[in-house]
Design a protein around this ligand. Sequence first.
Ligand code: GLN
Length: 189
Amino acid sequence: MKIGVLSLQGGVIEHIKSINALGFDAVEVKTLKDIKDISGLILPGGESTAIGKILRETGMLTTLRDKVLSGLPVWGTCAGMILLAKEIESDSTTHLSVMDIKVRRNAYGRQIDSFSTEDIVKCVSDKSIPLVFIRAPFIVSVGEDVEVLHELKGNIVAAKQNNILVTSFHPELTENLEFHKYFISMCQS
Ligand code: GLN
């Protein structure tokens, strides 16, 4: 089984290392031909505006959108979450626009307000895991088909809607592989 990592901009290599550490192959997705035989796709952190622009300019946006709508498992971390959202607060632009969530970009403030913490995220483990937030968004509202997976201080930071998983934080920047395991199990089912 191969897991694709969208490799246009942002934190690609860390996701590839985490997937490899679990014994699975990871492929860099730079063009549409790279998505042919992947079982799931990770949209990494980075700058959602930049990634969205490249997706549009390269003509990948519509095909990726169709793939996700037809069931390809996808996991957006941070900027990836913004790319998947159907609504971005105070912004009329959306990108892949496939998940019934409204997100607030840079919800915790600027770069200097980035932080890490630890918490138990029940869907992945009974033990506390590290959560790293870098100019992170959070979810301000969800549609009825969206399952809230985790809240931090009352804000939604992880959610799932069928084949779509999103996290505000970056498991790939930690040694902990529980979220990657969780996504791989979505890809296997
Ligand atoms: N602030 C970025 C954005 O709005 C997301 C930051 C990240 O992915 N670490 O796209």
